[in-house]
Ligand binder design. Structure first.
Ligand code: ZN
Length: 246
């Protein structure tokens, strides 16, 4: 009887310890891409080749995000080609001064994410503070154009993904004007970011510690516990005694 009890206790302990002992730690690089978010890779909109890669330092690690607007004269951005031509023109002007587009990602009015400068290259978007800093460009001039709901939603979703992927602290999500003397990212976008912080839109749930399906594990643990209880009930002498009594 004591042996059976001991082996049951050992079994329960093993089941609890199993994921800790045998599951690999969760790798932030495995952070799933948010399903509702569209990524338009560089190859789909521009030349894949980087202009003047020799002029760009590598991005060794990521610990900050900085948000910008393009600040260009408001232009209609209703069609794919209007959006694309705006990004292409920004890339062209940056390529003349620096090396390729200075921002790593661009958010369009539909809330889609366009890949800019590849993230393994340091950006060129905040003077003297580009190290470890991901540059996100919000298309439009937000002194004049109010950001669309879709664009804001896409941007906040994307920021939450980046925070998990690169383990970025929430207080390292900055706007350009919070780091330098500039009006960027414009009045309306600055206001929206301040509101989003207050509303908790930049918060992320803590990532799972272990790479295993916790729901499935809890279900299996519950089933196992039920079986243990059943086994105990069958072992109870009173129970069988009562049943077999005439
Ligand atoms: Zn800026």
């Amino acid at each position: 009887m004591v042996l059976i009890l001991l082996s049951l206790v050992a079994g329960v302990l093993f089941w609890i310890a199993y994921p800790i002992l045998f599951s690999p730690p969760m790798d932030p690089a495995d952070t799933p891409w948010p399903g509702e978010l569209t990524l338009i890779e560089r190859a789909e909109w521009g030349e894949e080749e980087i202009s003047h890669p020799e002029k760009i330092d590598p991005m060794v690690s990521v610990s900050r995000i900085t948000i910008h607007h393009d600040g260009m004269p408001p232009l209609p951005m209703k069609t794919e080609s209007q959006i694309k031509s705006r990004i292409v023109s920004i890339r062209k002007s940056h390529s003349k001064k620096y090396a390729d587009i200075g921002y790593h990602f661009i958010i369009d009015p539909l809330g889609r994410v366009w890949e800019g400068r590849p993230i393994d290259f340091q950006g060129a978007h905040v003077q003297g503070q580009n190290e470890n800093n991901v540059g996100i460009l919000f298309l439009g001039n937000t002194y004049e154009d109010k950001p669309t709901e879709a664009a804001l939603d896409g941007m906040f979703r994307f920021i939450r993904y980046l925070r998990l992927r690169f383990e970025i602290d929430e207080d390292q999500i900055k706007t350009h004007r919070e780091l330098a003397q500039t009006g960027c990212p414009g009045k309306f976008l600055q206001e929206e970011i301040v509101k989003a912080r207050k509303a908790g839109k930049l918060k992320v749930a803590p990532p799972p510690i272990f790479a295993f399906d916790s729901d499935e594990y809890i279900k299996r643990l519950q089933k196992f516990a039920e079986k243990v209880i059943e086994a105990f009930e069958e072992l109870m002498p009173e129970k069988s005694g009562v049943k077999s009594a005439p």
